[in-house]
Ligand binder design. Structure first.
Ligand SMILES: [Zn+2]
Length: 191
């Protein structure tokens, strides 16, 4: 999947998750941080590619990208597996409370948002021809549907003209059918 599809899929996932598992408290800084975290999470598994947009945001990103690509053990390996999700989760639940000021930002909400982004990335990649090495270090790839030729080709017309607009339609449909719940969540910000 392209970064654009990952972004929109992650946002649709975040809106959906927030309706079913609404936060108890929310302020504007946390809401903003959660949306950024979700998009960063949706791109993070592809940091194993030096071309990833996230590297461009960091000073010396090209150089860092080259080093980190090695740590990720090649494209679509560790960062696209259950073990990778576990490492991301453990690392971020340690890092976020240290890095975010608890007075302004609820790091648990941010953690939930970044994990939603990461998991949505893996779900989306699982629908592509290449499949996912979900059980890394075991090398076989898993995807849905199980026959790889039935799956989506990254960047192809089907992704651009069917998958991407399909996610947008879903997002608008979901927002319009869950308006009351979503407004309740947004009201938390003004309380
Ligand atoms: Zn990926």
């Amino acid at each position: 999947m392209t970064a654009r599809t990952h972004d929109i899929f992650a946002l649709a996932s975040l809106v959906t998750v927030s309706v079913y598992y609404p936060p108890q408290h929310l302020n504007l800084a946390t809401l903003f941080a959660a949306m950024v975290a979700c998009v960063v999470g949706s791109l993070a598994p592809d940091m194993d590619q030096g071309t990833n947009r996230l590297w461009n945001l960091l000073p010396g990103g090209d150089f860092l990208g080259k080093i980190f690509r090695r740590l990720f053990l090649g494209h679509r390996s560790l960062s696209h597996s259950l073990l990778g999700i576990y490492i991301f989760y453990q690392g971020l639940s340690w890092l976020l409370p240290k890095f975010l000021n608890a007075v302004y930002i609820d790091s648990r909400v941010v953690l939930a948002a970044v994990m939603t982004g990461i998991i949505s990335h893996l779900v989306a990649d699982g629908l592509t021809e290449e499949g996912l090495p979900l059980l890394f270090p075991f090398n076989f790839k898993i995807g849905f549907p199980p026959v790889s030729s039935w799956r989506i080709k990254t960047g192809h017309w089907f992704e651009k003209f069917v998958v991407f607009p399909g996610i947008l339609i879903y997002l608008f449909y979901f927002i319009s059918t869950h308006q009351t719940r979503l407004v309740q969540i947004l009201r938390l910000v003004t309380n």
